[in-house]
Ligand binder design. Structure first.
Ligand code: MG
Length: 454
């Protein structure tokens, strides 16, 4: 039985020096080192406040259990993920809170394949943490620490090996990069300069106070990037989240692409390169992705919502591509995890090969409209409601991996419980805004009728 939970959907997160104290990281690091037992662990961090403080606690803890540490310094999460198998590490830990608000920090824990560990390993770490059954190496077996300076170079060279560098160089694109004051600035501007692009950087100084913008690159948060792209007539703009595993794009007109649009552009190209390929994506992805995959002759493999689930499924079935509607792209030939810089490389590669601007690539995609609503649910009924909903929808074509997704002639409806609040969420998509609204209303009514029946 679990003694308590520390891990959420993407690692351990909390407010710096309130929940996420050096003491917590010290004990968590001892628990991680105990589970790993022995071997080399790669460590990195983003630019957040407390990053150095927490990394030092983490490194002390890991070597106290007898593991040794390779510290690659500040870097995007995917850089560390790429280096873990390359350096023959048994695991990796990143001190980051990804796109969370500036006062947060956290830890993401990777296995020997560089992918975040599955839930059963998290439970083992939590079990040792709460029981305080830490390994303590004898004095002759305390681990060592060394820094490793060439991780970024190796990571960027690997990205370039998957794209047509010559063709991109001939295109001479102008790109504005918004690193959001974090580690994306250490990778993407250098990558693009290597690709012959003229690069203009904003929010490029690493600063844990995040003076430029919020770490989440939502359309509302990237208005400076949009203005800059339009005012200097750049070909595109890109903004990363706090640990640069995601990329948000702006086309040459200053318009922000929805995450599923950039994902669909990549999917359309990558999947058409290889017959009978497979795309892994969560049930929250919409018709656009399904249409694009079908046009490319690929199969769609649905998963529960969450990037870690997508990564593990990609590895399990050997899929060619993965993606999420928030703009997370997984290109397993390079890394079976979300990777912001790899996504940028694929987008400029496609622009160069197709000889098109980003807005042209977007306009070629089918258009869908969506609607989302929340339905408050009494906490005691939040779980029980699912059975009633399954009964109510049993005549429909549906996917029941995570909540209930109804596949209808004119669109789809996804109904899922919120992970944190006493409510269910309803998403719907259709060919017109009216259809999306009507389907979403139908979903809300189904949830309400399931409440009365549960
Ligand atoms: Mg992230």
């Amino acid at each position: 039985m679990s003694l308590g939970r520390l891990f959420g959907t993407n690692g351990v997160r909390g407010v710096i020096n309130e929940f996420l104290t050096p003491q917590l990281v010290l004990d968590l690091g001892r628990a991680i080192g105990t589970v790993v037992d022995t071997g080399l662990i790669a460590v990195s961090r983003d630019s957040r406040m407390g990053g150095e403080m927490l990394t030092n606690a983490l490194v002390s803890a890991l070597i106290s259990t007898g593991c040794s540490v390779i510290d690659i310094g500040p870097a995007p999460t995917p850089t560390l993920q790429f280096m873990v198998p390359k350096l023959d590490c048994v695991g990796g830990v990143v001190v980051t809170a990804s796109h969370n608000p500036p006062n947060f920090n956290g830890l993401k824990v990777m296995g020997s394949n560089g992918i975040e560990v599955p839930r059963d390993i998290e439970s083992q770490i939590e079990g040792i943490y709460f029981k305080r059954e830490f390994n303590a190496a004898d004095w002759k077996s305390i681990g060592s620490v060394r820094s490793y300076d060439t991780a970024m170079r190796e990571y960027l060279d690997a990205i370039k090996s998957h794209i047509d560098v010559k063709k991109i160089r001939r295109r001479q694109l102008t790109v504005v990069v918004d690193g959001g004051n974090s580690v994306g600035s250490l990778a993407t501007p250098i990558l693009l300069r290597d690709l012959g692009c003229k690069v203009v950087s904003i929010n490029s100084q690493l600063d844990g106070a995040f003076p430029g913008r919020d770490p989440e690159p939502t359309p509302e948060n990237v208005s400076d990037l949009r203005r800059m792209v339009a005012s200097i007539n750049a070909d595109l703009g890109v903004a990363h989240d706090g640990d640069a595993d995601r990329a948000t794009f702006v086309d040459e007109t200053g318009r922000v692409l929805w995450g599923d649009q950039s994902f669909a552009i990549v999917a359309s190209y990558v999947l058409s390169q290889k017959p009978d390929s497979t795309l892994v994506t969560p049930v929250s992805s919409g018709n656009l992705i399904e249409d694009v995959a079908r046009q490319a002759g690929a199969k769609v493999d649905w998963t529960e919502v969450g990037s870690v689930v997508v990564s593990h499924r990609i590895e399990e079935i050997g899929a060619e591509l993965g993606g999420e509607e928030n703009g997370g792209v997984f290109f397993p030939a390079h890394l079976a995890a979300r990777d912001g810089a790899m996504t940028v490389a694929l987008i400029v590669d496609i622009m160069a090969k197709e000889e098109k601007q980003l807005s042209d690539l977007v306009s070629e995609l089918p258009t869908y409209f969506s609607d989302k609503r929340k339905v408050p649910v009494p906490p005691e009924k939040k779980e029980a409601l699912l059975d009633a909903l399954l009964l109510l929808t049993k005549e429909h074509d549906r996917i029941t991996l995570d909540g209930v997704k109804l596949i209808l002639d004119d669109g789809w409806i996804l109904m899922r419980p919120s992970g944190t609040e006493p409510l269910w969420r309803c998403f719907a998509e259709g060919k017109t805004q009216e259809t999306a609204a009507r389907l979403c209303k139908m979903g809300v009514e189904l949830i309400q009728s399931a409440i009365t029946k549960s």
